[in-house]
Design a protein around this ligand. Structure first.
Ligand SMILES: [Zn+2]
Length: 167
């Protein structure tokens, strides 16, 4: 994706109030993100760990989504879970249930959409082999896709998630 500024991010959110968008904590190293390798910018709020955000390009505009994270702590240390965007499997805690309030009337009625995502929202880096899931080598799911093909799949999964939030 193309590099984005603080202003771009704060004005991109579709499912939270302007006040929240103004106050939310940005990634500390925003200027140094590996933009060329990002399908979307995702991060946990440095000041509020249960909050997470993702910002993606859609049709030449930015769409930001505010998320609430619930860690799947009760699943046990040895179990692994899979991110629904990039399909990376992680040991316990590496995947979190993230819930997004839907936009518009549906959101005002309290409806939300939940998906299991990489807890650090670094899907783009996992698919490109720039970051490894903890415990890799114990259970390896062999995939024949290239990193570029995985990135295409991640973006497709992300877009269907965004459709559910805004649809
Ligand atoms: Zn992921």
């Amino acid at each position: 994706m193309r590099p984005v500024t603080e202003h771009d991010i704060r004005t991109s959110f579709v499912n939270c109030s302007k006040g929240e968008a103004k106050r939310l904590g940005l990634p500390k190293d925003l200027a140094d993100q590996p933009w060329e390798d990002l399908d979307f910018l995702g991060w946990r709020d440095p000041g509020a760990p249960e909050r997470a955000y993702l910002v993606a390009e859609r049709d030449d505009r930015l769409v930001g989504v505010s998320l609430r994270a619930t860690s799947g702590g009760s699943r046990g240390f040895t179990s692994r879970s899979m991110c629904s965007l990039c399909l990376t499997t992680h040991p316990g805690g590496g995947v979190a249930l993230m819930t997004a309030r839907r936009t518009g009337e549906s959101g005002r009625q309290g409806n939300s959409v939940g998906q299991y995502l990489c807890a650090d929202l670094a899907c783009s880096l996992y698919t490109r082999g720039r970051k490894q899931a903890a415990g890799d080598g114990v259970v390896v799911v062999e995939e024949s896709l290239t990193p570029a093909e995985k990135a295409v799949r991640t973006r497709a999964n992300l877009h269907s998630f965004l459709d559910k939030v805004t649809g």
